[in-house]
Design a protein around this ligand. Structure first.
Ligand code: B3K
Ligand code: ZN
Length: 869
């Protein structure tokens, strides 16, 4: 590792801090380019691990003064990242005054200005951009924070905890002082100053305490706040009911800001949210937006216990809070809405993004072992695979056992900074569960493969499943061990009825695969059953099972798990696509599949399918990324040719039925689960109908006057079908919504999906659009992110224009916002998985970045890994 980019940190090198800081008093005098921060802390040596020098983290700060026990202190060394105080006492009061410049801070980390409001983002290591500190999560302090700012411009001054004082100052300024009674790590600190509209409400907790709820939004956005507020109240209640966890402060605040690097941040008592993840109303938001907001509001709220009250010892333990909290938010959404649909969503993320991460240069276990830039490890592996690991534990222990484990975990560790091992110990101690093998899921990276063979002996009336596990090396780990893999199963008879498995010694329908190969024998089976394996995606693995198309379609029709019906449908469709790959545009979709799809639509029309959203999912072909996961070298052109051909055949074959659906189902524009499901089906139908130029009037009407969900779906359908009307529809949409930034992001999104040779020029032209801004991550992701991640045909254009477009953007973003750049680079990292021409073109872009004079740590870590052998 070159010194320009600092040194990587290793989990194995963890050392407890030499000093603790028990209290921190901050006085922040806000000015755009000269904010003064006075920090007073009580520092105490860690007797078990003492030292003479105190090394504090600090970046982009101007040091004004240091005092130790009231006296000016000059015995220090300072560099770009640290302040080293020599020979300090073992217990003392430290006072440090620094200055920083929020206005020029475009990294959106530390203290910055978002559209005129001051706000902070400290996770993972942003607090060091505010003051010199022991910026690590195992140093927990009680905070008292005073904020000073111009009163007219910044009437609201907010920080964590409870407001204990406020008043006027000279020169039209004012102040507010906040006290947070709970000790917390610096990454949970937050400060906001601005002028907002406020939606106020309250929640009475299960023990009868009244909590004030406050949602701060930009002026004029109040009509978009109620959904997030309602979501928050549902989350508070759900956590009491399902996890027996109650909120602890007297106030819970959420602030929506426009400039934000991710979705939201769980700062104690003062969440900061990307406005996109809070603001919604019926006119401007899609059903997905409503759903996403509810789940993110829930996620940040659930962190109050899993993350804040019990926090991480070090950043390698990130999944301790993120995997667990994602699991909790998934359960929240599933308890409140459709469990199957939520499961499908989660599994799509795993199969498209997480499996790809495992297959690329950034492969890492859910508890990484080596990190250069921590922000690079807020990944689908840590979050989503982390949640899958928690889910497996839930599957193995059952809900009751899992809750017993949770209770033990919280009782043992409330107020502490702990490790994933501590979590597992609590779970295993509470249940008498031997977790020694299961724990490997935390240290082993990669997507396991499970091979399945079945045998049926009619004479013996015996059905035998032979399962074996296989682990290929990943970029970070050459050798692997066997894991404990829970395999939830169902056996269907020829009528589609589930056989009772309890009689066959299988508790709760879950087989435990822990050796490299195991046989599971089922007796008294009178006919060859059809096996539904990994029901509900009971483990994050790839399954190799030569199941016949007939068996797969039998599952689609009869499995008791709706998720497994979808899963079998995806396997069937993927199988057909892979079989026909060599035939390109001439590929033919199997008649039996087309017949199943017709039956499905007929059943939906006859009211025999209970969930139309599921029908919508069952009608869709697997995505490009899902299909790519089947290959070491992705055959881009073959995949797109065959999927295009199949989509066209489905459209032609089902034209009449699809058309009937759109005439029968009308959208009442309500938010009920049923209306949402109806719209999901209508959207899918339009996708096919646009390809055969059918129901164009319906599609155009939806584009003009439909709900936001259907309006976007209609235009997207036209774009993907490369329909001549798509341009006009896009223009009309922009004219109608140009006053609304968040809606314009959806328009950028659609623009990014355009195909054809002028699509590149179109994109670069949009950089000049009055709504576009390189400094705003939402805009950049809506246009460039969507292009690189969701438009494979153009991104992978053979002449390399797509790669160059992303490369140009990354060069620019490297200076403005390294975190944002580092998220966007993902598709280029997979360069080795493409044909040699594409490899060369992608590699050129990576090499170009590698030699940038001021390459950020964030990009360096990824580019370096991607290019090294
Ligand atoms: N904990 C934050 C993510 C912080 C990302 C820092 N780069 C949001 C969340 O997962 O809830
Ligand atoms: Zn989180």
């Amino acid at each position: 590792m070159t010194s320009q980019h600092g040194n990587a940190k290793y989990l194995k090198d963890y050392q407890p801090p030499h000093f603790f800081i028990d209290t921190l008093t901050l006085d922040v005098d806000l000015q755009p380019t000269q904010t003064t921060v006075y920090a007073r802390s009580e520092v105490r040596s860690n007797g078990a691990n003492p030292a003479n020098d105190l090394v504090l983290d600090g970046i982009d700060l101007t040091l004004k003064e240091v005092k130790v026990d009231g006296h000016t202190f000059t015995n220090y060394d300072i560099n770009d990242e640290q302040l080293l105080l020599r020979d300090v006492p073992q217990h003392f009061v430290l006072e440090i005054t620094t200055a920083c410049s929020p206005q020029t801070n475009s990294s959106l980390e530390g203290l910055y200005l978002s559209d005129g409001a001051y706000c902070t983002q400290c996770e993972a290591e942003g607090f060091r951009k505010i003051t010199y500190f022991l910026d690590r999560p195992d140093v927990m302090a009680e905070y008292e924070v005073t904020i000073k700012a111009d009163k007219a411009q910044f009437p609201y001054l907010l920080s964590n905890g409870n407001k204990i004082a406020s008043g006027d100052l000279a020169d039209g300024r004012h102040f507010a002082t906040w006290h947070d009674p709970f000790k917390k790590p610096s990454y949970l600190f937050a400060l906001v100053a601005g002028d907002f509209d406020v939606l106020r409400d309250s929640y009475t907790t299960v023990s009868g305490r009244e909590v004030a709820l406050e949602l701060y939004v930009d002026k004029g956005n109040l009509s978009k706040a109620p959904h997030a507020m309602a979501s928050l109240k549902r989350a508070m209640q759900w956590d009491e009911q399902r996890f027996n966890l109650e909120y602890d402060l007297d106030v819970y605040m959420i602030v929506a800001v426009d400039f934000f690097n991710m979705g939201a941040m769980e700062n104690k008592g003062l969440n900061v949210f990307n406005s996109k993840c809070v603001l919604a109303n019926e006119e401007t938001s899609t059903d997905r937006d409503f759903h996403l907001i509810e789940s993110i509001v829930g996620h940040e709220y659930f962190h109050n216990w899993t993350g804040n009250r019990v926090t991480c010892r070090d950043w390698f333990q990130l999944s301790l809070k993120e995997g667990l909290t994602v699991f909790r938010d998934q359960e929240f959404s599933s308890d409140l809405g459709s469990r199957a649909l939520n499961r499908i969503d989660a599994v799509k993320v795993m199969r498209t993004h997480q499996f790809a991460e495992d297959a690329g240069p950034m492969a890492h276990p859910i508890r990484p072992e080596k990190v250069l830039e921590m922000n690079n490890f807020y990944t689908v592996t840590v979050y989503d695979k982390g949640a899958e690991v928690i889910r497996m534990l839930h599957t193995l222990l059952g809900e009751q056992g899992f809750q017993k484990g949770m209770q033990c975990y919280i009782e043992r560790h409330d107020g502490q900074a702990v490790t994933c091992d501590d979590f597992i110990s609590a779970m295993s101690d509470a249940n008498g569960f031997d977790a020694s093998q299961f724990k490997r899921w935390y240290s082993q990276s990669g997507t396991p493969q499970v091979h399945v063979q079945e045998q049926f002996d009619a004479q013996q009336q015996q059905y035998v499943l032979t399962l074996s596990q296989h682990h290929s090396p990943t970029a970070d780990q050459p050798s692997k061990d066997n894991l404990l893999i829970p395999v939830a199963i169902e056996l269907l008879d020829s009528q589609g009825k589930a056989l009772s498995l309890n009689a066959h010694g299988v508790a709760d329908n879950v087989l435990q695969l822990h050796q490299s190969e195991q046989q599971f024998v089922f007796d008294n089976i009178t006919e060859r059953p059809v096996a539904v394996l990994f029901e509900d995606f009971s483990a994050p693995v790839k399954v190799q099972f030569e199941q016949s198309l007939n068996d797969q379609l039998h599952i689609v029709r009869h499995a008791s798990s709706d998720f497994s019906r979808w899963d079998a449908q995806q396997s069937a469709l993927s199988g057909c696509i892979l079989d026909e790959l060599g035939r390109g545009e001439k590929a033919q979709l199997d008649e039996a599949v087309l017949a199943t799809l017709s039956d499905l639509l007929n059943a939906a029309l006859a009211g025999q399918e209970h969930d139309l959203a599921l029908v919508a999912e069952l009608l869709q072909l697997p995505s490009f990324d899902t299909l790519s996961a089947h290959f070491e070298q992705v055959p881009v052109d073959a995949i797109t040719a065959v999927t295009e051909a199949f989509a066209q055949q489905i459209a032609e074959h089902l034209q009449v039925l699809l058309s009937e659906v759109v005439t029968q189902l009308s959208d009442d524009k309500q938010q009920s689960q049923q209306s949402v499901a109806k719209r999901a089906l209508l959207a899918t139908c339009m996708g096919y109908l646009a390809r055969v130029d059918t129901q164009l009037e319906f599609i155009e009407t939806q584009a003009h006057q439909g709900s936001m969900t259907l309006s976007l779906a209609a235009i997207k359908a036209l774009i993907l079908a490369q329909h001549p009307r798509s341009s006009a529809m896009l223009d009309e949409f922009a004219a109608r919504w140009q006053h609304d930034t968040l809606v314009m992001d959806k328009w950028f999104n659609l623009q990014a999906l355009r195909k054809g040779s002028d699509s590149f020029a179109n994109l670069t032209r949009l950089y000049q659009h009055p709504h576009f801004s390189w400094r705003n991550p939402n805009r950049v992701r809506a246009l460039i992110g969507a292009f690189a991640m969701s438009n494979p045909t153009q991104f992978h254009a053979k002449d390399g224009q797509g790669y160059a477009l992303l490369g140009d953007a990354l060069v620019k973003l490297n200076d403005i916002n390294p975190q944002n750049a580092s998220r966007l680079i993902t598709p280029l990292l997979a360069w080795r998985r493409f044909d040699s021409t594409r490899q060369q073109l992608m590699k050129e872009q990576l090499e170009r970045l590698k030699v940038l004079p001021k390459l950020s740590k964030d990009l360096f870590e990824k580019v370096d890994k991607a290019l090294s052998e």
